[in-house]
Write a protein that binds this ligand. Structure first.
Ligand SMILES: *[C@@H]1O[C@H](CO)[C@@H](O)[C@H](O)[C@H]1NC(C)=O
Ligand SMILES: *[C@@H]1O[C@H](CO)[C@@H](O)[C@H](O)[C@H]1NC(C)=O
Ligand SMILES: *[C@@H]1O[C@H](CO)[C@@H](O)[C@H](O)[C@H]1NC(C)=O
Ligand SMILES: *[C@@H]1O[C@H](CO)[C@@H](O)[C@H](O)[C@H]1NC(C)=O
Ligand SMILES: *[C@@H]1O[C@H](CO)[C@@H](O)[C@H](O)[C@H]1NC(C)=O
Length: 452
């Protein structure tokens, strides 16, 4: 596990030297992308001594049987050897090597309920980047008018129109708080993103009362160094009091079959704790890898489906379904990073809802190094402070990044002039995030906290 740390120390070094440079990666199409991936692996090869370290890192992180993450590496190995044996010129004019790996893409679900519309718009703009994918949803508890307003906002925004990367689930779902309809809604959005969202690497589930603490450029830059199969999911098998209060009761969510919203109801009989799989629980916020989302949506293995059916009668299923599936799936349990990437302020002992964050929490939010925080009240002054000091974002404007090349003078939106969307300009947030990731992947935290 020391190797992992050394590896990240190496990354850290590269990172810092590049932090003020702009990125020059292109991910505009698949071929280009693959070329970049190949180049990415040539770089460590050139640095001979790092190769073995890197290989060990990869094999320690991934499975032996055909994990997609290893493929680019093998492809490079074979292509470089064949090239050098056939074309002598390749030795004379080596492929130019970029100093940073290509940025990933995120697919966000931002959902809300009654009167969350305006907050959802703000969160969406704060998270916006042209190369990501977004899906927004206001559940059926919100008014028709509010949903139409959001729809107009999405359809009338010139940026969203130009890049076509923001979608709204117009036929709203009925979502019952703490019920399985919440999981169904998340799976619905993930399925749409798989089908229509093109290439993306991580699925991130947020609510309208969440807000980013780093820019997308910070996030994209930092995540570009990570294996794409990592899953950020806070979890534990130590379910404690939840065994009696969550695992044994049986609930029914009327949202599954009624047209009007009603609270979940309890069945008088209790059931025993499963023996076919082990229960895990944790935070409902997560960043899931594309391979894992494929696995749960396509269901070629029966585990995601049977666990889903089990959770249909489980109270607070969003805090258990994904955790239980990932930790019971041999091919995925080694990809878990035990964190929800959120700053959440709980009472001690925790109550049903976390604290509303305010200006007094600003320093703690920054110190947490987390990329996201919750939960915020609409128009809380702390959000203005986050905009001004962490996101450098103007009112009603997207968070600026390397793709915004307009003037900032007199309060003009720099993103009204669009430059090269593959250029990233990470700022101080990238350093915080990098420290957090290094901690999460350190030998003390990464392996020892997986599915325990
Ligand atoms: C964006 O920048 C990269 C690197 O600077 C360059 O290779 C690419 O061609 C640029 N794309 C456009 C559309 O200008
Ligand atoms: C996961 O990691 C454990 C411990 O490092 C290892 O024994 C196991 O074979 C790994 N599983 C897979 C599927 O790679
Ligand atoms: C759409 O956008 C234009 C210009 O950005 C604005 O004038 C108009 O009022 C908007 N329409 C709606 C329905 O929001
Ligand atoms: C996803 O986000 C929503 C935000 O509205 C949240 O309520 C839900 O619990 C989250 N997690 C899952 C697994 O659905
Ligand atoms: C900003 O405002 C000043 C004074 O009103 C004006 O001279 C200048 O041209 C403006 N700049 C831009 C970019 O609009």
């Amino acid at each position: 596990m020391k190797r992992l740390k050394t590896y990240y120390m190496h990354l850290k070094h590269t990172d810092i030297t590049n932090i003020n440079n702009t990125h020059t990666m292109t991910t505009s199409n698949m071929n280009n992308n693959q070329l970049q991936v190949e180049r990415r692996w040539i770089f460590p090869i050139a640095l001979g001594s790092i190769v073995s370290l890197f290989l060990l890192f990869l094999s320690s992180l991934t499975t032996h049987d055909g994990n997609p993450f290893l493929l680019p590496f093998y492809r490079t190995m074979t292509s470089t050897t064949s090239r050098s044996s056939i074309f002598v010129e390749s030795k004379i004019s080596p492929i130019p090597i970029p100093d940073v790996p290509p940025p990933p893409r995120f697919a966000y679900l931002i959902s809300g309920s009654n009167r969350d519309g305006n907050m959802l718009k703000r969160t969406l703009l704060a998270l916006y980047h042209p190369n990501n994918q977004y899906i927004v949803h206001l559940d059926r508890e919100s008014s028709q008018e509010e949903r139409l307003d959001l729809q107009r906002f999405v359809n009338n925004n010139t940026l969203f129109q130009r890049f076509g990367n923001v979608r709204m689930i117009v036929k709203a779902n009925l979502v019952t708080y703490r019920g399985p309809t919440m999981v169904a809604n998340t799976l619905h959005a993930a399925a749409i993103l798989l089908r229509q969202g093109g290439d993306w690497d991580w699925f991130i589930n947020l609510s309208a009362s969440d807000y980013p603490l780093v820019t997308q450029d910070d996030l994209l830059h930092t995540f570009s160094y990570l294996p794409r199969d990592l899953n950020f999911i806070d979890h534990t098998s130590n379910i404690g009091w939840k065994e009696y209060q969550r695992a044994k009761p049986i609930i029914v969510d009327p949202g599954l079959y009624m047209t009007k919203k009603a609270d979940v109801f309890w069945v008088t009989q209790r059931r025993s704790v499963p023996t076919a799989f082990k229960l895990f629980t944790g935070s409902a916020w997560m960043a899931l890898s594309r391979p894992f989302v494929d696995y749960i949506i396509w269901g070629w293995d029966n585990l995601p489906r049977t666990v889903l059916m089990y959770y249909a009668n489980f109270i607070s299923s969003p805090e258990g379904y994904f955790h239980t599936v990932i930790c019971n799936a041999q091919e995925f349990r080694n990809t878990t990073v035990n964190s929800d990437l959120h700053f959440i302020s709980w009472d001690n002992p925790p109550k049903q809802h976390p604290h509303q964050l305010s200006l007094a929490d600003m320093q703690r939010m920054i110190d947490s190094k987390a990329p996201f925080a919750r939960k915020f009240q609409q128009n809380d002054p702390v959000l203005d402070k986050v905009d001004a000091e962490l996101l450098f974002r103007g009112k009603k404007m997207p968070t600026p990044g390397g793709w915004c090349i307009g003037s900032r003078e007199n309060g003009t939106d720099p993103c009204s002039v669009i430059g090269n969307t593959t250029v990233l300009k990470p700022g101080p947030g990238a350093k915080r995030l990098e420290n957090l990731i290094a901690t999460l992947l350190s030998s003390e935290n990464f392996r020892p906290r997986q599915c325990k």
